[in-house]
Design a protein around this ligand. Structure first.
Ligand SMILES: Cc1cc2nc3c(=O)[nH]c(=O)nc-3n(C[C@H](O)[C@H](O)[C@H](O)COP(=O)(O)O)c2cc1C
Length: 379
């Protein structure tokens, strides 16, 4: 496995990335999605991808919230936003994915360009603003579940990005409408969890749901709908700890199963870059993913784990580019990790490399299952 993935890694570094990085990032993303969709359709292409990329090991398996995760590495919301890749991702080696963020009404996204790169800082600039086909099309046309794969797929739901939905009450109604629609749909049983996105920084009315009263109202309404699946909440990266504590208390009250730490970085002041780079970045609208999120995400994971680790599970996201990165998030308290940007910078073989590396690191530290490493930094 290591030999094959190192060769692919080199290939991606020498040929793939330099070409992709010359092209418009959204164009590359769309082509990747179209290609992944086609590769996932056929047994033969699935088998080839599987043999090339997938790494499996018993030590990585976990049962969490009644879901069987074959490994702890997931695709974060925002890459497969219209639910087209679930048939190829298990063969790439992912343990799970969050499709979406899906909104009730379709939205064509913020004006272009809405995706950029900051290669020196190993990040992306994201200003898509919940581009979505809308829940109706995602469930009826795009999403095709493959029972054979038994892949863990969750759906991230957010409020439609529109003027009408820019206030908290309208956002709550819009999210609940999506949850109700999903619950009444035949594909409901195919989703393993529901993820509520309260933290997208590039939509109208952003931040309205990260408020104790509105979060309480949102979660109580979702509970009234009566979903019988694990419920996750995607959290903001930049938040005062006092407010974060209040919000997490509310999540625990409404039996939210996991908090996803965290979404994109809004404030750019602390990103290390030259004046020229900063000047160039000033003209680009959006929020930052990748390595610039690393420190804040890690600090927040540790804080949440130390104070609430016995009451809510943590999914760690932000700047995972290697097995060591994933392991650090797990040791800080994350039971699972997710990523996007690391895969774009390092190539799709990264997922197998992370899983293989995790096993190496666990053996070094004497753990017999990945769950034993969770929070070990604080013990
Ligand atoms: C292109 C792109 C689109 C994203 N869209 C969403 C989204 O729709 N919903 C969401 O919850 N997070 C979204 N995110 C945030 C990611 O899920 C993740 O929290 C963040 O990028 C940090 O992880 P990373 O450093 O591994 O990319 C997006 C990120 C990227 C790069």
């Amino acid at each position: 496995m290591a030999f094959k993935s190192n060769i692919f890694s080199l290939f991606y570094k020498i040929f793939g990335k330099p070409i992709f990085f010359l092209l418009d990032p959204e164009f590359v993303h769309d082509k990747f999605t179209d290609t992944g969709r086609i590769l996932g359709k056929y047994k033969i292409t699935k088998t080839i991808i599987n043999k090339l990329f997938k790494y499996t090991n018993q030590l990585l398996k976990q049962d969490l919230f009644g879901i069987n995760f074959s490994n702890p590495v997931g695709l974060s919301a925002g890459f497969d936003y219209n639910g087209k890749l679930n048939n190829i991702l298990p063969d790439v080696g992912f343990g799970f994915e969050s499709i979406g963020t899906v909104t009730y009404s379709p939205y064509e996204g913020n004006p272009k360009p809405r995706l950029g790169r900051i290669p020196k800082q190993r990040g992306l600039i994201v200003n898509k603003g919940f581009k979505s086909d809308g829940i109706d099309k995602v469930l009826n046309e795009n999403y095709k579940h493959n029972d054979e794969d038994n892949f863990v797929v969750g759906i991230s739901i957010g409020a439609t990005n529109s003027k009408q939905c820019s206030t908290a009450p309208a956002q709550i109604d819009d999210i609940c409408r999506s949850v109700e629609y999903l619950k009444s749909h035949t594909s409901y049983t195919k989703f393993s969890y529901i993820e509520i996105n309260i933290s997208c920084p590039n939509v109208l009315g952003s931040g309205s749901l990260a408020n104790p009263e509105t979060l309480e109202s949102l979660l109580s309404k979702i509970r009234q709908i009566g979903i019988d699946k694990p419920l996750f909440v995607k959290f903001q990266l930049e938040i005062e700890w006092d407010l974060a504590q209040e919000l997490i208390e509310i999540m625990i009250k409404y039996e939210v199963d996991a908090i996803i730490v965290a979404n994109l970085l809004k404030h750019r002041e602390n990103i290390s870059m030259t004046n020229a780079e900063r000047l160039e970045l000033e003209n680009k609208k959006g929020n930052i993913s990748g390595k610039p999120t690393w420190d804040l995400s890690n600090e927040l994971i540790s804080k949440v784990y130390k104070e609430f680790g016995d009451k809510i599970k943590i999914i760690g996201v932000g700047g995972v580019f290697s097995a060591e990165d994933a392991y650090e998030k797990i040791r800080r308290g994350a039971s699972l990790v997710q990523l996007i940007t690391g895969m774009i910078y390092n190539g799709p073989q990264l997922i197998g490399q992370i899983n293989e590396g995790l096993v190496r690191l666990m053996k070094r530290d004497g753990y017999k299952n990945i769950s034993e490493a969770v929070g070990s930094m604080h013990k």
